[in-house]
Design a protein around this ligand. Structure first.
Ligand SMILES: Nc1ncnc2c1ncn2[C@@H]1O[C@H](COP(=O)(O)OP(=O)(O)OP(=O)(O)O)[C@@H](O)[C@H]1O
Ligand SMILES: [Mg+2]
Length: 251
């Protein structure tokens, strides 16, 4: 198992004000899975992501990542594991405005002791993989939302992580651009990447192969998706509709 969450509880605050954002949640994720985490606002999705992304620790329970019990790791050990093994994608892209596309994608490798020339090669390869290699010298502000999210995905991929964690990755995009991002995730998953993606959108969730459902901090569902929506096919269909002149336009 890549991820093994055992009875994770995360409590915020103490006494009267205490809130269990996540309660006694157990599940595991194998290598190569594409899992969506669904649930209404406040159900604990981001709390869960922070725990499995090793950004936060549980109040009780434990998380085993790639066979390693993370419970007793110190801050630096957690940061090291996170930097090497996990790539993050957020709704708001979080690119550095004063750095070019290439520099943004290189960033996760800067502290790893890899030579600059090698970092740039890896960054270019990651940008190639997400289809924005023609934008390497651009500033983030010069890119469309969809392109910015692709750059953020390249940055998540550049260290060749075991796990991609995405929190509402299409939340800021129009539905067509979002489909493109989902098609990219599906293609990365087909080539073996493990992806866990948070969404509150049922249609988006059905691009994954498995859906976990949270409600009030509790896991209430875990199902396989029999036939995930094929995002690439949807993008193609939209192109055909747009490019084919309607009967009315021809008349
Ligand atoms: N730092 C915090 N301190 C106190 N309470 C918090 C904190 N973070 C989250 N909570 C509470 O924990 C619960 C779960 O929050 P969480 O952010 O995980 O929900 P979510 O499912 O990601 O919601 P959304 O869809 O709105 O992003 C909520 O009741 C929230 O108010
Ligand atoms: Mg959230």
């Amino acid at each position: 198992m890549l991820l093994d969450a055992q009875q994770l509880t995360r409590r915020y605050g103490t006494g009267e004000a205490a809130v269990d954002a996540l309660r006694d949640t157990s599940f595991s994720v194998a290598e190569g899975e594409f899992v969506a985490v669904m649930g209404p606002s406040g159900s604990g999705k981001s709390t869960l992501m922070n725990l499995i992304g090793l950004l936060d620790g549980p109040t009780s329970g434990r998380l085993v990542f790639a066979g390693e019990d993370t419970t007793h790791l110190n801050h630096d050990q957690l940061a090291g594991l996170r930097n090497r093994r996990i790539g993050f994608v957020f709704q708001a892209y979080n690119l550095l405005a004063r750095n070019t596309t290439l520099e943004n994608v290189e960033m996760p490798l800067v502290y790893s002791g890899i030579r600059r020339s090698q970092r740039q090669l890896s960054a270019r390869a990651a940008l190639d993989a997400v289809g924005v290699s023609h934008r390497v010298e651009h500033w983030p502000s010069e890119l469309s939302g969809g392109e910015q999210q692709r750059v953020a995905i390249a940055r998540a991929l550049v260290s060749n992580p075991a796990l991609i964690l995405a929190d509402e990755p299409t939340g800021a995009l129009d539905s067509r651009t979002g489909q493109g991002i989902l098609a990219l995730f599906q293609s990365l998953n087909r080539s073996g990447r493990t992806i866990v993606m948070v969404t509150h959108d049922e249609h988006v969730a059905h691009h994954a192969r498995r859906i976990l459902r949270l409600q009030d901090g509790t896991l209430i569902g875990d199902m396989q998706v029999a036939e995930p929506v094929d995002a690439a096919a949807a993008v193609e269909r939209q192109k055909v509709v747009q490019e084919k002149p309607s009967e009315a336009a021809l008349a």
